[in-house]
Design a protein around this ligand. Structure first.
Ligand code: ATP
Ligand code: MG
Ligand code: FE
Length: 340
């Protein structure tokens, strides 16, 4: 069973062909990073224009690389939120046009569910499971009691982790998106600044990163005023050590309240080597019965293969969108009141 999948929520145009929800036949990704870099972040109007220019090429390439035609498809899956409205609309419109023209079911997919399903290419999912979702716009602990059910049990009260990485990276003079380089620099330095770890001692499962970000920026700014040059590798190492502590402590707290068979690390920041290593170590020590699923690095960032995997599950559960499907920029899983 072949699905054609579309992803255009932010600054990657991606189209994939997926077999049986578990095999990637093609996963074409056109990134626009170079066009946004000089603005220090994604410019929505520029992003929409790029998606329009790329989406047809990506679709043709995805089908030809997979070696199939429209007649072989069982459905079309598409990200309809969360994300930038103008960007989402390009994928949604393309998916609708193809589904309508070929009389195929249109399958709506939540982008964040997609991030979780990047790990589906590593192993079959076993429930109950939990995901630590860390990306450019989200930082959430998601509990999945069964397939196709997502509950937010903890989330950031201010910045997302990826956003914090990008902002402190900018202060270090690193181009957008800065996460990968900050991660590399962190390995060349030491945690000498001891930045704050907000909310880790609180009983709730929420996060906060704005205080950490401000502490970082103030430290650099104050040193600048004194005419002092701080070690950039130690700054990166200290920031990453704080992030890793916060994410790991809250995740272990969540696992103590919600025992699960598997923990998935998902989203763009799931590529972070410090977070990957720490979760692996903490899980082995504190929850050895829980299996850690780490998506391959190339599937951590935005791509349509992950949307196809999540779309397949939606397809099996009967999720179908009408021709009036619209982009939902603020689409979210439901938040439940955590156990105490
Ligand atoms: P969302 O998924 O919340 O809608 P998004 O799609 O823009 O947001 P992703 O593409 O999932 O976000 O992730 C991009 C983010 O991941 C960027 O903020 C980037 O800096 C960060 N990132 C990528 N690699 C690393 C890394 N190795 N360490 C830390 N952060 C990283
Ligand atoms: Mg992106
Ligand atoms: Fe994303």
């Amino acid at each position: 069973l072949y699905l054609l999948a579309f992803e255009s929520s932010c600054d990657e145009t991606s189209v994939a062909v997926i077999k049986d929800g578990t095999e990637i036949l093609s996963n074409i990704i056109a990134t626009q990073i170079a066009s946004h870099q000089r603005f220090g972040g994604v410019v929505p109007e520029v992003a929409s224009r790029h998606h329009i220019e790329q989406i047809t090429k990506c679709t043709t390439e995805a089908l030809s690389q997979a070696g199939i035609g429209y007649d072989d498809l069982a459905g079309v899956a598409v990200t309809y939120g969360p994300g930038l409205v103008g960007s989402l609309l390009i994928g949604v419109t393309a998916a609708k046009a193809i589904a309508w023209a070929h009389q195929l079911p249109l399958i709506p997919v939540n982008h964040m569910a997609g991030h979780i399903y990047a790990a589906r290419y590593v192993a079959a999912f076993q429930y109950p499971m939990m995901a630590l979702l860390v990306s450019g716009g989200h930082t959430e602990l998601v509990y999945m009691p069964r397939e196709h059910e997502y509950q937010i049990i903890g989330e950031t009260r201010d910045d997302a982790v990826g956003e914090a990485y990008d902002k402190i990276g900018r202060v270090l003079g690193i181009n957008y998106p800065a996460g990968k380089t900050v991660d590399e620099w962190a390995h060349q330095g030491h945690d000498t600044f001891n930045f704050p770890r907000a909310m880790v001692k609180e009983a709730n499962l929420d996060f906060s990163f704005s205080g950490l970000k401000s502490a970082f920026i103030n430290t650099v700014h104050n040193a600048d005023q004194r005419g002092e040059q701080l070690n950039q590798y130690d700054l990166a190492a200290s920031f990453q050590a704080a992030v890793v502590d916060i994410l790991a402590e809250k995740t272990m707290k969540a696992l103590a309240q919600y025992p699960v068979k598997q923990l998935v690390l998902a989203g763009g920041v799931a590529a972070n080597s410090g977070v990957r290593a720490r979760l692996q170590a903490d899980l082995a020590r504190l929850h050895p019965q829980t299996e850690l699923l780490l998506a391959p690095l190339k599937l951590c960032g935005d791509n349509a293969a992950m949307i196809g995997a999540a779309g397949y599950v939606n397809y099996l559960h009967g999720d179908r969108a009408g021709w009036d499907l619209n982009a939902v920029p603020g689409l979210s899983f439901d938040r439940i009141t955590p156990l105490s």
